[in-house]
Design a protein around this ligand. Structure first.
Ligand SMILES: Cc1cc2nc3c(=O)[nH]c(=O)nc-3n(C[C@H](O)[C@H](O)[C@H](O)COP(=O)(O)OP(=O)(O)OC[C@H]3O[C@@H](n4cnc5c(N)ncnc54)[C@H](O)[C@@H]3O)c2cc1C
Length: 388
């Protein structure tokens, strides 16, 4: 940590230069690029987006066969923003002519947006530490240290998979680390976790004639809820009704896996109800993501569920000036895990930063509100709510 005078020196020598940014966005995924566009629209110009890979690299690392569950449709002409859009007036459906893009296609869409909006992106720079002193953030990457008055943490979840949870979980392979399902050897698969990723794995494997046994501690396949953050998507229910899925996939709801062992070249899985399953194929783990927010946990208070505690502007309640954007945003029981949900908070964050700099934001807020991209009243949100 630098001494007080060193930080002050940087600030003084950097006045009116680009050395001290008004905002730094960590992560150039859907949240980082979307927040960057909103920031630019709000009138904040002195910012940079940093990514440890390239723009959209997290989407590009999805298994090849995995597609968006939320459909894209060119509905913008009547003011209803395409569900997978992260920018006002933009429609991935119109740009790509694809309803359910795969990860690489969406990564390309994000790259096109970064280019079109001329966003200041610095790629291949991994943020390893953020500290705050005298109200200024020091952001260290592997080869660059910068200072900023505000930080937007948008480093996502996908690159931080949850690997624990039961004895022997390290013997399993997380679905987030798979390049594709086509190249997986084996005929019998054990899949642990049955929400979107697990059911997606089971679908692609069953399509290739593989037998799948899938476990979940809850019953994601039988849940009756209208919010896709709680239940499976329509896209997934449709795929589960395909003959191959019904024939090849056996579901074990409300049956948590308690252990996995490797015995004489075979994986032995035990479940809560006392049953034992064996397979020669490495079990697949689809138990979700720890998320990147653990990297900045020292800058946020924690909610009871472990997610960062945020004020009404998605800013840390502990260290003013650091904001969270993306699927880890939580308010009360509202979960912003999908793009069409968390995109509605980009402008809330941008407005907060812009107005702290004395920028007039009324027109910006109204324009975003008109596109359903400025959600500041969460009282409407809930299971049966159609707007979030
Ligand atoms: C299989 C799967 C299917 C999904 N399908 C849908 C869907 O159909 N519809 C939908 O709305 N959502 C879907 N989601 C959720 C959606 O993908 C995520 O919510 C979205 O990727 C989150 O965007 P993000 O920008 O927060 O994170 P990411 O897209 O993961 O981007 C984070 C970026 O941060 C960078 N980064 C991470 N750590 C650092 C660091 N220390 N320093 C610098 N850079 C860093 C990464 O390289 C990455 O580019 C799906 C998720 C998965 C896993």
């Amino acid at each position: 940590m630098e001494s007080k005078s060193e930080v002050s020196q940087v600030l003084e020598s950097s006045e009116n230069t680009q050395d001290v940014f008004d905002a730094v966005i960590i992560g150039a995924g859907a949240a980082g690029i979307g927040a960057g566009i909103a920031l630019a629209h709000s009138g904040v110009g002195n910012f940079v987006i940093i990514d440890r890979g390239v723009v959209g690299s997290s989407f590009a690392s999805w298994p090849d066969e995995t597609r968006f569950i939320t459909p894209s449709f060119p509905s913008n002409s009547i003011g209803m923003l395409d569900l997978n859009s992260i920018a006002v007036g933009v429609s991935p459906a119109y740009n790509m002519r694809i309803e359910h893009p795969n990860g690489s296609e969406y990564a390309k869409h994000l790259q096109d947006l970064a280019e079109f909006f001329e966003l200041p992106v610095r790629e291949n720079a991994e943020v390893v530490q953020i500290t705050n002193e005298e109200g200024v953030f020091r952001v260290e990457t592997n080869d660059w240290t910068i200072y900023s008055k505000n930080v937007i943490w948008a480093a996502g979840e996908f690159l931080y998979p949850r690997l624990g949870g039961f004895t022997g979980s390290e013997l399993c392979r997380h679905t987030a680390t798979l390049a594709n399902y086509a190249d997986l050897d084996g005929d019998d698969f054990l899949v642990i976790g049955g929400y979107e990723s697990g059911t997606d794995a089971a679908y692609h494997l069953s399509k290739r004639g593989k037998k799948v046994i899938m476990f979940d501690k809850d019953d994601p396949w039988g849940l009756d809820a209208s919010d896709p953050s709680a239940s499976l998507s329509t896209f997934t229910y449709e795929r589960m009704r395909e003959a191959r899925f019904e024939e090849k996939v056996t579901l074990f709801p409300e049956n948590a896996v308690t252990s996995v062992e490797l015995l004489d070249g075979e994986y032995e899985l035990k479940s809560e109800d006392g049953q034992v399953f064996r397979s020669k194929t490495q079990p697949l783990l689809a138990g979700g993501f720890d998320g990147s927010h653990a990297l900045v946990s020292h800058l946020f208070e924690k909610r009871e569920d472990g997610f960062p505690l945020l004020n009404e502007r998605d800013e840390s309640t502990k260290v003013p000036g650091i904001y969270l954007c993306g699927p880890s945003v939580r308010h009360d029981n509202h979960d912003f895990c999908f793009i069409f949900k968390f995109r509605q908070r980009f402008a809330v964050v941008a407005q907060s930063i812009a107005s702290s700099m004395g920028i007039q934001t009324d027109d910006f807020v109204q324009a975003y509100r008109d596109w359903g991209m400025y959600l500041d009243d969460l009282s409407c949100c809930g299971q049966e709510c159609v707007s979030c």
